[in-house]
Design a protein around this ligand. Sequence first.
Ligand SMILES: CC(C)(COP(=O)(O)OP(=O)(O)OC[C@H]1O[C@@H](n2cnc3c(N)ncnc32)[C@H](O)[C@@H]1OP(=O)(O)O)[C@@H](O)C(=O)NCCC(=O)NCCS
Length: 196
Amino acid sequence: MTAPANRYPRTVQIADGEVSVSLMTRADEADLLAFAQGLPVHDLLFLRRDITHPKVLSAWSDGIEGGSITSLIAREAGAIIGCSAVVRDELSFSPHVGELRVLVSPRGRDRGLGRVLIQESFLVALTLGLEKLIAQMTVDQKGAITVFEEMGFSAEALLKEHVRDPSGGKHDLVVLSHDVARFQAQMEAYGLTELI
Ligand SMILES: CC(C)(COP(=O)(O)OP(=O)(O)OC[C@H]1O[C@@H](n2cnc3c(N)ncnc32)[C@H](O)[C@@H]1OP(=O)(O)O)[C@@H](O)C(=O)NCCC(=O)NCCS
């Protein structure tokens, strides 16, 4: 299986254009901040922390350098229009579980980029040896839930009034999961691992 470091950067076709997908580094922080600050606040509620703050982005870079986060960014004509993160905690009692987070800017939406980032992140998870992936989102993000379900994720839990937006409104979060280990076993059974 190709290690992520050898796989990126790579150019991927999406509707009406192409993006360059690369592994995020600290050098991407300023562009990522501009990307995050251009997103509707509601799209950020599924994240543990508000990534419109430079400090949070710096902690994100720390996670990348420490090995707990593998992030991909997608650039169109130089500007970031999407990103993803596979987050894990090897010192926890769930070292085999990763959390997948995906964000696409309004300009990048409905062009297949979300699907590309989920596919690429899935590959990252396989390469890291993760056995289970979870993704959480507010229940009204119907588009997000549809994309993840199409990619084989299914609902596993509902967290009532779990996040609070800046105006005080509380929202439910749905947790979707994907059994990565089972998927890999199926690929192996069909002799398809070389295709990954
Ligand atoms: C989830 C998200 C990343 C999807 O990004 P995207 O680039 O628009 O997704 P894609 O274009 O790849 O869509 C893939 C499929 O999802 C479905 N889909 C996408 N948006 C949809 C919507 N608003 N309503 C219904 N279905 C939708 C379509 O079936 C689409 O398939 P198609 O290309 O055959 O039409 C984006 O909506 C987003 O950033 N949402 C806010 C953040 C969030 O909630 N992230 C998820 C938490 S991990």
